[in-house]
Write a protein that binds this ligand. Structure first.
Ligand code: SF4
Length: 348
């Protein structure tokens, strides 16, 4: 059988595998064992499935293959953050980051190879979009980061954020399928409340998420609360304006009851004035929400600078005075280009 014609085993349906097991005169409980290997023990090769007979593993390998991602390179920051460059079966690179803090161990994962959007402050936005990641490739990133977490920190992941390379809502089906496997009791069994999908604001898909009544968190890369400024930084705002975005978020909140997180990177003299803060306050009043102010990291060839301490303090004070729930997210892994907006497959 030509290897190109083989299907990824994690794309095989239960019915298909049942028929195969029956044809091979295997006992029905083998189906459960295969499922456990794939989604509960995170096998990424047939050889790993040690409670299946050698013969059955060979039969499976004749018909199916694994297109698992592998670790190409890892780097650890002086603050403990670990950046992993993964290689896909077809030779592309994506990145994931493991971020340890006192109370959390967060995996930041990618949803696409490159990105079709061109947010001006983002290193990934300077790469072309190559393709969407398959659901099992997203799952593999979490599994591998979980294994690294256990090895390095003797802890399990506490949170997963879809905030790496790519726009998750432009790879809607694979992102949802991966979350289904991560949260299923017959998968990684992680609580959806520990998962955050971060989007630049694709309103059509935000409404779809609402209709599906998803249980995970939604974060919006906002960065400006007026259309002219936001469009300059994020061209997606031309076709998904703030009004449309807020309408879709209102719909999301009404359907799911989950408050929205706004991510706001404060750039010097760009979006850090009192007027900017006032616009943000107004926007926050529309739907239950909180704001994460994110510290920026310089990206080559990007005209934006991180805001200074003084403007950061003023901005926070203004938001707090107006009863906005705000937190500052200090950047992690700056020295290894693992911080927000820095993921770009640099060869270091
Ligand atoms: S910020 Fe996100 S959506 Fe925007 S270009 Fe970067 S990866 Fe794409």
């Amino acid at each position: 059988m030509n290897s190109k014609a083989k299907k990824e085993i994690r794309e095989a349906t239960t019915e298909e595998l049942s028929v195969l097991l029956n044809d091979l005169n295997e006992k029905p409980f083998r189906l459960q064992q295969i499922h456990e290997w794939l989604w509960m023990k995170w096998a990424r090769s047939f050889d790993a499935m040690t409670n299946l007979s050698k013969n059955l593993r060979e039969e499976l390998a004749l018909r199916y293959e694994f297109r698992a991602i592998t670790v190409d390179h890892t780097q650890q920051s002086s603050d403990g953050t670990i950046k992993v460059r993964f290689k896909t079966f077809d030779g592309h690179f994506i990145e994931g980051v493991l971020i340890p803090t006192t109370d959390r161990l967060t995996a930041c994962i990618s949803s696409q190879i490159g990105c079709s959007l061109t947010c001006r402050f983002c290193a990934t936005g300077k790469m072309k979009r190559v393709r969407n990641l398959f659901h099992y490739e997203i799952f593999d990133q979490v599994a591998i980061l979980q294994e690294i977490a256990e090895k390095n920190f003797s802890k399990r992941l506490s949170n997963i954020v879809y905030m790496g390379m790519g726009e998750p809502l432009l790879n809607y089906n694979n992102v949802l399928r991966s979350i289904d496997k991560i949260t299923s009791p017959k998968g990684m069994a992680m609580s959806p409340s520990r998962i955050t999908v971060s989007t630049s604001g694709i309103t059509k898909q935000i409404r779809e998420l609402a209709d599906e009544k998803v249980k995970f968190n939604l974060a919006i890369s906002l960065h400006a609360a007026d259309n002219a400024k936001r469009s300059k930084m994020m061209p997606i705002n031309d076709t998904n304006t703030l009004e449309e975005l807020i309408d879709s978020l209102d719909y999301f909140y009404k359907k799911t009851g989950t408050a929205i997180t706004y991510e706001y990177i404060l750039f010097q003299d760009v979006n850090d004035s009192e007027t900017d803060a006032a616009n943000l306050v107004k926007l926050c009043r529309r739907i239950p929400s909180k704001v994460n102010l994110i510290e920026y990291n310089t990206v080559e060839d990007v005209p934006y600078q991180k805001a200074g301490h003084e403007s950061l303090d003023k901005f926070i004070t203004y938001l707090q005075k107006n009863r906005v729930n705000v937190r500052v997210r200090r950047s992690r892994g700056k020295d290894i280009d693992a911080a927000c907006g820095q993921l770009a497959n640099k060869n270091n």
